[in-house]
Design a protein around this ligand. Structure first.
Ligand code: SAM
Length: 238
């Protein structure tokens, strides 16, 4: 009697083992399949080449950038304070135009500092070089950039200002990725622009923030003091 009870218990345990093996082997497979299916379809990375509209680069009369009210309206001293532009620093002015900001930054960084005026328009760079000579600046260098490359050496600058230019940059993410290499550790990049759809000489701040993030920059600050009508924004990235 005892032996047949023991045989029955043994048989029951064996059956339980068989069921458990069958259950776990059949329920484990789909999990593995789901996992490998998920691995096979990674989130596609956004392309660096832009698909949005950009504005035609400015080629007009440079005197429009020299409005005497601009210093006060833009609060350019406050802009430079926030970008840490001080004696001895190295600064880049991307899309320098007439050199309006270049000379202000050059005055602030002094003879121990340097300002790189970057533009894709050689005639504008010639104008800036001539201006630097006539105004006595020895710390200004002009750089012929490309539509997708600021053509600056690695670890060169402490601060960058992109003033009313971002909407004209034909390949913003590609250019910003290259600019990032030129910015020293702890350096800052400021962008001043106005809202728009890209082709109307403005671009909404959100698009700029997304593209800068894609290029590897982190938003550090967001301000709206750069124009009395609050139309323009000032973003700082690190
Ligand atoms: C509207 S102007 C602004 C000039 C200046 N920043 C100012 O506000 O006084 C834009 C300037 O950016 C330059 N530009 C356009 N695309 C550029 C690029 N990818 N790299 C450098 N400069 C660029 C144009 O040639 C032009 O001089």
């Amino acid at each position: 009697m005892k032996r047949s009870i023991a045989t029955l218990i043994g048989l029951k345990l064996w059956l339980m083992l068989v069921f458990a093996t069958l259950f776990f082997s059949s329920s484990a497979k789909p999990v593995e399949q789901v996992a490998s299916a998920a691995e096979a379809t990674p989130t596609p990375a956004l392309p660096d080449k832009t698909t949005r509209k950009t504005s035609e680069p400015f080629t007009g009369d440079l005197s429009i950038f020299e409005d005497p009210a601009r210093d006060k309206n833009l609060q350019i001293d406050r802009v430079m304070d926030l970008l840490g532009i001080a004696e001895g620093r190295t600064v880049a002015d991307i899309g320098a135009g007439s050199g309006w900001f270049t000379v202000r930054a050059a005055k602030r960084v002094g003879k121990s500092g340097q300002v790189f005026a970057v533009d894709i328009n050689q005639a504008f760079l010639d104008h800036i070089a001539q201006r630097a000579r006539s105004e006595g600046f020895v710390n200004i260098r002009t750089v012929l950039g490309k539509f997708d490359d600021p053509m600056l050496a690695a670890n060169l600058v402490d601060a960058v200002l992109i003033l009313k230019t971002y909407h004209e940059i034909a390949e913003p993410v590609v250019l910003m990725k290259k600019l990032r290499l030129a910015v020293r550790k702890g350096g800052l990049v400021g962008i001043i622009d106005r809202g728009g759809n890209g082709e109307d000489h403005g671009l909404d701040a959100e698009t700029v923030m997304n593209e800068m993030k894609q290029a590897g920059f982190k938003l550090k600050g967001q301000y709206d003091f750069v124009k009395p009508d609050r139309m323009d924004y000032f973003l700082i990235f690190e």
